[in-house]
Design a protein around this ligand. Structure first.
Ligand SMILES: *[C@@H]1O[C@H](CO)[C@@H](O)[C@H](O)[C@H]1NC(C)=O
Ligand SMILES: *[C@@H]1O[C@H](CO)[C@@H](O)[C@H](O)[C@H]1NC(C)=O
Length: 389
């Protein structure tokens, strides 16, 4: 209403052609944003005002945004994975100095799921965010320190690891620092991929805190895919935790390490890809979303950072290089995978490739099996700084 009034006043007072044109564009963009918001934000059954200022809506599980996706028109909701064992609990050993992180809970009523409400500001910030694809290779300003398994043990049906959480300090709103594991299939230029972990991404959330996240694509982020539920696709199942849940406690260098188990597992019956974080089945990516992911030919673990070209990189992980000490660098412990033979998270890989595009800024080490308390493990991260493009 006020906008319209301003527009009218502006038209009356200015009269200049180009100004009218400019205002119309702004108005059109505004209408477009409103339209998008209406699609994204379903009518809530209940709303939770979090202490971080954003709102979580409890949406009817059958009317969540995922079902707007054209490929999910006839999708049958899967309420539980058909592999019922709580993943990770069995294989990951607890340690007093490495307690499992308990995610903040925003509990919704039965039959509804929590979905972070998208605001107009979110949409505007996110536009520039998606212009740089941190998830694809060879993008200026993106740095990578990762461990991966190529088809050696594949095809893969799952990946798991226990990851300590930090809050790497970004110095600009358009920087990102993330830690994740992933499954991927097909040639790079047409890659289908699901990644999940934690990240700091002010353009996505409006602040520099750490959030759990997931990203997906079916064409190397050319036309499809996005983060969390910012485009339809991910089916939310947990009524407690959701993609974009804030992490309210961090590990400290030399101190207590707070870690949580992450897994991406293909359901052997439905072929949907389930996402489990901190022992909660958050939800799944329906098989129908993907163009080529009946299995994965690569899995991996590690970190990525992004900064605009020619600016200093933010730190990755704890901001410290791997040094074999489990309260210094960022790590994944109990890393494992599922393949055709096992369809089970068993032992970790004996051979794994490490890749760091700037080893003077970010390191990565695959440690293999070193002790019962950490299983097969790896470390990555570093201080960042002047890392070139
Ligand atoms: C699908 O993925 C397989 C690897 O699992 C690859 O060999 C094949 O070329 C991919 N197909 C397309 C159309 O990209
Ligand atoms: C954060 O974790 C530490 C170490 O486990 C614990 O002592 C502290 O109470 C936690 N803080 C919050 C706010 O949960």
């Amino acid at each position: 209403m006020i906008n319209t009034l301003l527009l009218v006043m502006c038209l009356v007072t200015s009269g200049a052609r180009h100004k009218v044109h400019g205002t119309q564009n702004v108005l059109q963009e505004d209408l477009e944003l409103e339209r998008q918001l209406e699609l994204l934000n379903k009518p809530p059954i209940k709303s939770i005002h979090t202490n971080l200022g954003y709102i979580v809506d409890c949406i009817d599980i059958n009317k969540q945004p995922a079902f707007d996706h054209p490929l999910l028109k006839n999708h049958k909701l899967q309420r539980k994975p058909s592999f019922q064992k709580s993943i990770g609990k069995t294989s990951v050993k607890k340690s007093p100095t490495r307690p499992l992180l308990v995610l903040q809970k925003d509990q919704c009523p039965t039959g509804t799921v929590p979905i972070r409400r998208t605001t107009k500001d979110d949409l505007i910030r996110e536009k520039s965010f998606l212009n740089y694809h941190i998830m694809t290779q060879d993008i200026p300003g993106v740095h990578i320190a990762e461990v991966s398994l190529s088809s050696l043990y594949g095809p893969y049906y799952g990946v798991i690891g226990s990851n300590n959480v930090f809050n790497p300090r970004v110095s600009r709103k358009d920087q990102v620092s993330s830690s994740h594991l992933w499954v991927q299939n097909g040639p790079v230029e047409a890659a289908n991929k699901i990644a999940a972990g934690w990240h700091v991404a002010p353009q996505l959330y409006g602040d520099d805190k750490t959030y759990i996240y997931s990203a997906w694509t079916s064409d190397n982020f050319e036309r499809t895919g996005c983060y969390n539920i910012r485009c339809s696709g991910f089916v939310q199942i947990s009524k407690v935790n959701y993609l974009g849940t804030h992490v309210n406690n961090y590990s400290t260098y030399g101190g207590t390490q707070l870690e949580f188990i992450i897994s991406i597992t293909q359901d052997p019956v439905t072929k949907n890809w389930w996402l489990n974080m901190a022992n909660i089945n958050i939800g799944y990516f329906p098989a129908a979303l993907f163009s080529n992911m009946t299995s994965a030919d690569q899995v991996g673990w590690g970190g990525r950072t992004r900064t605009p070209p020619n600016t200093p990189s933010p730190p990755m992980g704890s901001g410290h290089f791997p040094d074999h000490t489990f309260h210094h660098a960022c790590y994944f412990t109990f890393v494992s995978f599922q393949n055709e033979a096992t369809r089970n998270y068993g032992i970790g890989p004996h051979g794994a490739q490490t890749f760091s595009d700037r080893s003077d800024c970010f390191g990565v080490r695959y440690l293999g099996y070193i002790a019962e308390e950490v299983g097969y493990s790896l470390q990555f991260g570093g201080p960042g700084g002047s890392c070139g493009n």
